[in-house]
Design a protein around this ligand. Structure first.
Ligand code: PMP
Length: 293
């Protein structure tokens, strides 16, 4: 935290921490996987780059370089002696000034890690279309990973409490699919992948990886708007995300997608993804940072 390794219990902030009140912080979600060579962080550099993009959007100037943050992340995992973990960097405006303009509040950074299993612990998930639309790109910078954006996600997830649905799905104001509360959305139709374009979505690092894998397999990949009706008629559908990895979708608003089983293409991409993050595909080794060298 703020350049030092401190004990979990000591990682504390004042109640007048600016970001706690107004949500102008930026964060990342990363994973380190167990490999034959010890823990390896998947696409660390890209996550840190996105963190800097997000902090730039809210004008938060961290007193650290990307390289320093990458090295601190590696050291954090090494010191915690975990085989695998989730990694959460958070850049925030600290205590020192209230009022909306954060200029003058200190820029702080913490990175935590802990073992965290499957985010959606189901072989397939049933989605509910949220009654809330995704954050509007003209209300904020939608492709930055800003703390306050997640109130939109929390509202959608809270709608699922007490229902049989596993996860929410956001549309935009034109009834076209945007993304999940913490996942990107794909459909498979006629052997090709279609995913919503940049604009209303966070451009996921898992999304980019899956698009790259699909292209390498010779599958056509299209980024374009997907009306909800088209998604319901897809052959397969799945979510991607660092936390969710590749999660096959069984139904949307109780309408079964395709056969209702894990689709052939989804299953294949999911296995390929898990092979890559676990260091079992040398062709993609450049995406892994082995914490023990
Ligand atoms: N959309 C949202 C809203 C998210 O929070 C996430 C998780 N970071 C994603 C998509 C997936 O992004 P990534 O693959 O980079 O984890």
């Amino acid at each position: 935290m703020d350049g030092e390794f401190i004990a979990w219990e000591q990682a504390q902030v004042h109640v007048l921490t600016h970001t706690l009140h107004y949500g102008a912080g930026a964060f990342e979600g990363e994973r380190a996987y167990k490999t034959d060579r010890g823990p390896a962080i998947f696409r660390l550099g890209e996550h840190t780059e996105r963190l800097f993009y997000s902090t730039g959007v809210i004008g938060l100037e961290l007193p650290f370089t990307q390289e320093e943050i990458n090295n601190a992340t590696i050291e954090l995992i090494r010191r915690n002696e975990v085989e695998h973990c989730y990694i959460r960097p958070l850049a925030f405006y600290g205590y020192g000034k209230m009022g909306l303009n954060p200029t003058g509040a200190p820029a702080q950074l913490m990175i935590a890690c802990w073992p965290w299993g499957a985010y959606l612990p189901h072989e397939m998930v049933d989605l509910k279309v949220s009654s809330f639309i995704r954050i509007h790109p003209r209300s904020t910078v939608a492709d930055a990973k800003i703390c306050g954006h997640y109130v939109n996600s929390i509202l959608a997830v809270r709608e699922l409490i007490g229902t049989h649905y596993h996860e929410a799905l956001f549309l935009d104001e034109h009834e076209q699919i945007a993304e999940g509360p913490g996942e990107n959305f794909f459909i498979v139709k006629d052997g090709g992948l279609i995913t919503p374009p940049a604009g209303t979505i966070l451009q996921g690092i898992t999304r980019a990886t899956i698009m790259e894998l699909a292209k390498a397999e010779g599958l056509p990949v299209t980024e374009r708007v997907i009306p909800i009706q088209e998604a319901l008629e897809a052959d397969e559908a799945f979510y991607t995300g660092t936390a969710a990895e590749v999660t096959p979708i069984r139904s949307i608003d109780d309408k079964t997608i395709g056969s209702g089983e894990v689709g052939e293409i989804t299953g294949k991409l999911k296995n390929q993804y898990l092979d890559i993050v676990s260091g079992r595909n040398p062709r993609y080794d450049h995406y892994l940072t082995y914490v023990n060298g």
